[in-house]
Design a protein around this ligand. Sequence first.
Ligand code: C2E
Ligand code: MG
Ligand code: MG
Ligand code: MG
Length: 280
Amino acid sequence: RAKERGRDGIVLYEEADHRRALSRVDIEQSLHGAHERGEIVLHYQPVIRLADRRQVGVEALVRWERPGLGLVHPADFIAVAEESGLIIPLGAWILEEAFRSAAAWPLPLRGGRIQVAINLSARQLSAPGLLDRVHGLLERTGVPPDAICFEVTESALVGNEELAVETLERLKALGAHIAIDDFGTGHATLDYLRRFSMADTLKIDRSFVQGLDSPSGQERAIVGASVALAHSLGIGVVAEGIETEAQLRAVVELGCDHAQGYLLGPPERFVQAASSSTER
Ligand code: C2E
Ligand code: MG
Ligand code: MG
Ligand code: MG
């Protein structure tokens, strides 16, 4: 459908396809070595404990300061990095940087130090060397392992499920925490929970949280049931993407343990030591 004969008999693709193809190649080429050129940065979003509204952690979220194009968000390059394999060197840099930050923030929180959550993609999880790298970083930085949480989505299990589960179990054995990201958006969710039995935390996808603004609604039932399920398995719950006071009230009522979202704090370049409390 997308093809058309041009004047000179050259096959022209529909412009959108063409642009997409161009930009993929373009992204891949410019992303190559971007971390070495200082173009990659991590932003950190606060994770709030709902019981006392204190900040207990941050999630590291990657951004690309692409010369001439400004800040590029992961939606626009992580998939390309994944498919091209660039996620491996990029992910290694992200790990280093996140550990550096974790080492620099022994924030004196009541009941522990701030936990840094790091997203891992499918390819990172199944690539050799991840465990050695994490082990090395723990030794080198002196960051206690439970100050690190690795976030993975269901898609991280696709491909080589056994290896992915084994890697997660080993990360867990090193003392790190494991979180199931974007919970509820994948398939075969119950089976997935069983395979992810090493998880400490389940993060409820913001698509469910968005629906919590209305007092009745399926989302309440879904979030409530997810919390009950997680808690019965000994897993904590983070509600993602809190944007309104109504959503915040709802996730408190529904028993979520932690929350993240623009209302509580957007991802930011720097975390100030003073921001360890967000009492309101
Ligand atoms: P995620 O891990 O589920 O991260 C949460 C996303 O929701 C982030 O988008 C965050 O900025 C956004 N968010 C937080 N609060 C709100 C809110 O209140 N409203 C709305 N609308 N959005 C909110 P971001 O930073 O664009 O990242 C998107 C995804 O890219 C992440 O989803 C994660 O899957 C992936 N990603 C981000 N950083 C990394 C990384 O360092 N490595 C890998 N492999 N993937 C990453
Ligand atoms: Mg995440
Ligand atoms: Mg998520
Ligand atoms: Mg997501």
